[in-house]
Design a protein around this ligand. Structure first.
Ligand code: DGY
Length: 326
């Protein structure tokens, strides 16, 4: 009897059929299409405990899961953010973690501008009004919104996606300010006409603030009442990064007290749960973690996650390392 030596891979993700068959030539595949239900706890454990690798779209891979998977060698995340994975434990256990940078940049940068424009120009509010049959001609003024030209856009997290947002914002006449752990290269700063500010200066001077930094122990609750109270009364906060970067209860308080003019959220502190008060406010635009949800980006992400698995097992290479296990 021939022993099946194919590495066992659990795919917790939607995956194009052709790509799945391609992987099946080299791997023994079990798949859960995570489009509807994200597996957790025992349901996840049952599927991963004997595997060599996981293609992971959204599941929480914590210490408990990792300690229950003695054969696990790689977690290939279908996302650029890796806050769903306990990286420290992976590194201690010699488990490689990879992610999917760049393939989603255009989609996330486009969506950042879409959310900024939607909240500034009150697009969903107008949509709701027309659908409700409340558009009765052209009363003056009707849904006047905020302008973009000559306003400051503050980008928190000036990595490659932050830079792509800046490139899109420049033709709208927005001045680019940013806050980042490290100053970006001089030539990038000068091409984007971007100015590095302290977090305090950024909150005090920017009319639009877009959050694009990763969620880490340093950025959790980076934005709370303290920071929101520094913001201009006519300013807007857009969070397309990770929910816990903003303390949601403080944000709601700032919106209720009119400390800021509005916000657009693609992500939530306790995702997929969110405070229902948000959905009752007209100056709040809500999206369902759809920043990278374009056909090209989401397909590209799964393809890159699969390439990371192939490179690791078939060629002993790591394409997009998140941790260093050597
Ligand atoms: C990412 O890649 O981090 C996106 O937010 C999808 O989860």
């Amino acid at each position: 009897m021939e022993i099946n030596k194919k590495p066992k891979i659990f795919i917790h993700s939607w995956i194009p059929e052709g790509l799945k068959s391609k992987l099946e030539k080299h791997f023994s595949i079990d798949q859960h299409d995570a489009s509807e239900v994200v597996l957790s706890g025992d349901n996840l454990l049952k599927r991963v405990q004997n595997v060599d690798g996981i293609i992971a779209q959204a599941p929480i891979i914590d210490k408990n899961i990792l300690h229950s998977c003695p054969n696990l060698k790689i977690v290939s995340n279908v996302a650029v953010g890796v806050d769903n994975i306990d990286i420290e434990t992976c590194t201690k256990m010699g488990i490689q973690v990879t992610n999917t940078p760049r393939v989603l940049n255009d989609a996330v940068a486009d969506m950042s501008m879409a959310l900024l424009l939607a909240v500034a120009r009150r697009v969903p509010e107008g949509d709701r009004m027309v659908r409700a049959g409340e558009f009765k001609g052209n009363p003056y003024p009707l849904l006047w919104g905020a302008d973009l030209r000559d306003e400051n856009l503050g980008i928190i997290g000036m990595g490659s996606i932050g830079q792509d947002v800046a490139k899109r914002a420049m033709p709208f006449g927005l001045n680019i300010k940013y806050y980042n752990r490290n100053r970006v290269r001089k030539d990038i700063e000068s091409n984007l006409n971007a100015e590095l500010l302290s977090l305090k200066e950024l909150f005090q001077t920017c009319r639009y603030i877009v959050i694009l930094c990763p969620l880490t122990t340093e950025t959790k609750h980076l934005i709370k009442s303290n920071e929101l109270n520094l913001m201009r009364k006519d300013s807007f906060l857009i969070n397309i990064a990770r929910g816990p970067i903003v303390k949601e209860s403080d944000l709601i308080e700032a919106l209720e007290n009119k400390t800021i003019a509005g916000c657009a959220l693609d992500v939530y502190e306790f995702e997929p749960h969110y405070d229902l008060r948000l959905s009752k406010m007209d100056n709040v635009v809500l999206a369902p973690h759809a920043g990278s949800a374009s056909v090209r980006a989401r397909t590209g992400m799964v393809e890159l996650a699969a390439k990371n698995i192939e490179a690791f097992f078939l060629r002993n290479e790591v394409l997009n390392p998140v941790n260093n296990i050597k």
